[in-house]
Design a protein around this ligand. Structure first.
Ligand SMILES: [Zn+2]
Length: 100
């Protein structure tokens, strides 16, 4: 049967997710834990802080679907995280921290 990429929703602890996410832009990634830039997409851990990447959040999913399929085949334990969700929750958390 042909497979399709479909989004699922999981109830996750955001701090844990944030410390293991690679945020991937057009050509390079950012470690969400230490904000190290220029992380390669194929990095399984951050070259700077050594956190293992369990999640990858693509800024533009449509451009990266072939890469996502390849990564999923090679690294079945990696989950793709919706970038908008990630940024929304991060922003809410930051606002809560500012307000105390
Ligand atoms: Zn890092």
């Amino acid at each position: 049967m042909p497979k399709q990429l479909l989004r699922l929703y999981h109830n996750l602890e955001f701090d844990e997710v944030k410390s293991h996410t690679l945020e991937y832009g057009v050509l390079s990634g950012v470690c969400s834990k230490c904000k190290n830039i220029d992380v390669k997409l194929d990095a399984t851990a951050c070259p700077q802080c050594a956190t293992p990447f369990k999640y990858i959040a693509f800024q533009n999913v449509r451009e990266h679907i072939p890469k996502m399929l390849r990564i999923q085949a090679e690294r079945p334990n990696v989950f793709f995280l919706d970038y908008q969700d990630f940024k929304r929750v991060e922003g809410e958390q930051r606002a809560r921290n500012i307000l105390g």
